[in-house]
Ligand binder design. Structure first.
Ligand SMILES: C[S@@+](CC[C@H](N)C(=O)[O-])C[C@H]1O[C@@H](n2cnc3c(N)ncnc32)[C@H](O)[C@@H]1O
Length: 287
């Protein structure tokens, strides 16, 4: 990825997310997904990605992330934060800003750009409502020490009542928090990188989540990633009511190829789910 320029940032602005942060949801249709196959640039990008997929990642993504050493500079971090906003629409995020939310976990938080977006969203909602907020801690946990370093370096609390904290940890092995410790948990591109450890990771998020789980995950075959079309059933079996499920493209649909000036990824199809805990424990019995 080359260094993004101001023109690249302006190009992302033209995606219209400021006016409609959920634009990806209405942009997707199954018919368009089929039409991607006539899109030469998309097909080429997919073929190139498949041919060049990192062998270490494909063989063992857990080892790959654990050993990763990839500092990211501020400009790239900021570009990817805006770029990924397309395929992480704020589905049901209004719940995070409601009074009573005091802890959120971002599982597999990577460089913390998504964590930052969640914090910014909540602070924005509070300010728009003329509300002072309440103490809220957002914890990002990731297997990669290098990514946790990036997250600590680049994130910044957008509000005096919001604390951002990052820890290197293995979510699938279990985190050192009590049951229902977090009001909400996030799994953005997290389940997709897990193979046989997926069940353990989902069990752990089920254990830690008091109210709801937001998921964004790939929905088609991709080297090293696991697509789970039945993820909604898996969530339902773990006590979540799936109150929202959307298919989205990784970037705005276009006949000609890609709208992303840096062409970071092909136009893959993903799913975004929100699982509300069916029988939430009463707030005052949790802490
Ligand atoms: C595809 S990246 C997504 C990162 C970020 N959530 C985002 O949306 O950009 C997957 C992340 O999951 C992390 N990860 C993989 N296995 C993990 C595990 N067992 N525990 C915690 N994090 C893990 C990786 O280190 C990586 O940062």
């Amino acid at each position: 990825m080359r260094i993004p320029t101001p023109a690249d940032f302006r190009e992302l602005e033209s995606w219209g997310l400021l006016a409609d942060p959920m634009a990806a949801v209405s942009d997707y249709s199954d018919e368009r997904a089929r039409r991607r196959e006539d899109n030469e640039r998309h097909c080429r990008a997919r073929a190139e990605y498949e041919a060049n997929a990192d062998e270490t990642f494909v063989a063992d993504s857990q080892a790959y992330y654990r050993d990763l050493d990839r500092p990211i500079d501020r400009t790239k971090w900021a570009y990817l934060k805006r770029r990924k906003a397309w395929f992480h629409p704020p589905v049901e995020w209004g719940r995070f800003a409601a009074p009573g939310t005091s802890r959120i976990l971002d599982a597999g938080c990577g460089d913390g750009d998504g964590t930052q977006r969640v914090a910014d969203f909540i602070a924005g909602r509070w300010r728009a409502a003329g509300y002072d907020g309440f103490p809220l801690e957002i914890v990002g946990a990731d297997l990669s020490a290098s990514r946790i370093e990036n997250a600590r370096r680049h994130t910044e609390s957008p509000h005096e009542k919001i604390t951002l904290r990052f820890e290197q940890d293995d979510v699938a092995a279990g985190l050192d928090y009590g049951d229902d410790f977090f009001d909400y948990t996030l799994a953005m591109g997290f389940f997709e990188v897990l193979d046989e450890r997926f069940d353990d990771a989902l069990s752990e998020l089920e254990r830690l989540t008091a109210h709801g789980l937001y998921v964004r995950d790939i929905l088609e075959d991709y080297p090293g990633l696991s697509a789970r079309p039945d993820l909604d059933d898996a969530l339902a079996e773990r006590g979540f009511d799936v109150v929202a499920r959307h298919r989205i493209f990784e970037e705005p649909f276009t006949e000609s190829g890609t709208e992303d000036p840096l062409a970071v990824w092909p136009m893959n199809v993903h799913q975004v789910l929100f699982g509300a805990v069916r029988d939430p424990v009463a707030h005052d019995t949790r802490y």
